[in-house]
Write a protein of this length. Structure first.
Length: 485
């Protein structure tokens, strides 16, 4: 051991050892979180924390949905231009979703893009029924694939990750699945990093905030339900080296992206001090933990932290350092190399992911047919928005802008009473949110007519006409604020 004495007297090494000791001694926050970073090619584990703790996958389930579907395409059992039909079961799924009516047709390629970018739960069921015949049949295929890949901690009940007690995975298994996608489906891997989709005039960016913002980001998928917290499977490639990062149980969409960026940054910078760390082996050899998945519902969705039933996270603020992490550990893990930017700064850069992929309903189209299909979807959205605006105007107090409106004005506003209930059914672009009852919209119209006709300039008629309009205004928030899980 005498040969180590000169090294121990070296000031830099002493500093490294001191920082490492402080990092170990610093307690972490109690918030549950699972983290894992592996090399995509070798499966070598670079960092692991709760990596084999069972976890609710939420919409990262859709990585397996895409894998099983694309394997069917690769093996000739299906084509990307195969046309699938939206069933009542698919249309009934909770958000996030495209909201197509039963009977609507869509190609496998378009459905996959909607699943991987918008995390559309209805399109995941469309794919499941198209490949496996039913949700149960497809779930069986998912479970068989998981066992074949060595995902021993994973079980599936549905293809979209909506809450189900038997829908379980782990960071370990998700990293194994991500490696399988890269290894087995290189020709279809572009589905894992589509930057955005454009349907008609609506553009939806990928919920994975690393795409187009973090240098080298090239996959995979996000997920959220109340029980799981915010999940993310991400990958990035630099200088020919590709890493996979898994974050489960984060506190927001921005937080999971920042966390993944931190993990990837350290992974790419770890070569310099890799000899100081004990070997963690490969991801396949991580030992599973026999436990119940943590349920984060109280923390994520109760009290003041009300969450929508979707993965469409609007949170855009997050500190550069993830919750509870020791600054000393971050300094040590970064290999004592000055980073070019903090992870949060990397994610704040201008969005540079390129043009969105155009998606549409109906069979595969190209050229002028594609242009016409996009225009038709655009027109449908415009028509619905126009009807929504007319309903909003009709729902206002009859004398709100002109207290002395005459009977002629009141009669003009009632010229087309039959159109109002129909417009309410299409008041929202998303048909699931459009479940606002038409009857509720009809009441204000009925209340306005007698009041306006009997006493066009009288004050008493104003108040009864205004009250029935309130249920209409509250209908949309009520349907959208339902917690997931």
């Amino acid at each position: 051991m005498h040969f180590l004495r000169p090294l121990l007297r070296h000031p830099l090494l002493n500093l490294i050892l001191l920082v490492a000791a402080l990092a170990v001694a610093t307690p972490r926050a109690a918030h549950a979180e699972a983290l894992l970073v592996v090399e995509a090619e070798t499966g070598k584990v670079l960092q692991a924390e709760n990596a084999t703790m069972p976890w609710y996958p939420a919409s990262v389930t859709k990585i397996m949905t895409a894998y099983v579907t694309l394997k069917a395409v690769k093996e000739g059992r299906l084509r990307l231009d195969s046309v699938l039909t939206v069933s009542p079961v698919a249309a009934s799924q909770s958000p996030s979703k495209m909201g197509f009516k039963p009977g609507t047709q869509v190609t496998v390629e378009n459905a996959l893009a909607m699943v991987m970018v918008k995390s559309a739960n209805d399109m995941a069921v469309v794919l499941a029924e198209g490949v496996g015949g039913s949700v149960d049949g497809f779930s069986g295929m998912m479970n068989a694939t998981a066992q074949r890949l060595g995902m021993t901690q994973t079980s599936y009940v549905n293809p979209n990750g909506l809450p189900a007690d038997g829908q379980i995975t782990s960071a370990r298994d998700l990293a194994i699945l991500a490696r399988a996608v890269i290894r087995d489906l290189p020709e279809y891997e572009y589905f894992m990093h589509i930057p955005a989709i454009r349907f008609g005039r609506r553009t939806t960016n990928n919920f994975n905030k690393l795409i187009g913002r973090y240098a080298g980001a090239d996959g995979f998928k996000t997920g959220f339900i109340c029980a799981s917290g915010y999940n993310l499977v991400a990958s990035a490639t630099r200088d020919g080296k590709r890493l996979i990062a898994v974050v489960l149980g984060s506190t927001s969409g921005q937080a999971r992206a920042v966390r993944a960026a931190q993990l990837l940054e350290r992974g790419f910078a770890s070569n310099g001090l890799g000899w100081l760390r004990p070997s963690l082996g490969t991801v396949d050899n991580l030992v599973p933990i026999d436990a119940t998945p943590p349920n984060l519902r109280e923390e994520m969705c109760n009290g003041k932290r009300k969450r929508p039933a979707t993965d469409e996270d609007a949170d855009t603020t997050m500190a550069a350092s993830s919750a509870g992490e020791s600054p000393a550990l971050a300094f040590f893990s970064a290999g004592l190399q000055a980073p070019t930017a903090k992870p949060s700064e990397l994610l704040a850069t201008a969005y540079t992911a390129g043009e969105p992929m155009v998606v549409y309903t109906g069979p595969k189209k190209t050229g002028t047919e594609l242009i016409a299909a996009v225009a038709a979807d655009d027109q449908k959205q415009t028509t619905r928005r126009g009807k929504k605006s007319r309903v909003a105007v009709a729902a206002k107090k009859p004398d709100a802008d002109k207290p002395k409106a005459d009977a002629k004005t009141a009669a003009k506003s009632d010229a087309k009473p039959a159109a109002k209930p129909a417009t309410v059914r299409h008041a929202n672009v998303k048909p699931d949110a459009a479940a606002a009852k038409p009857a509720a919209a009809a009441k204000p119209v009925a209340a306005v007519k007698p009041a306006a006709a009997a006493k066009p300039a009288a004050r008493p008629a104003e108040k009864p006409a205004a009250k029935p309009a309130k249920p209409n205004a509250a209908a949309k928030p009520k349907s959208e604020s339902k917690p997931a899980g």
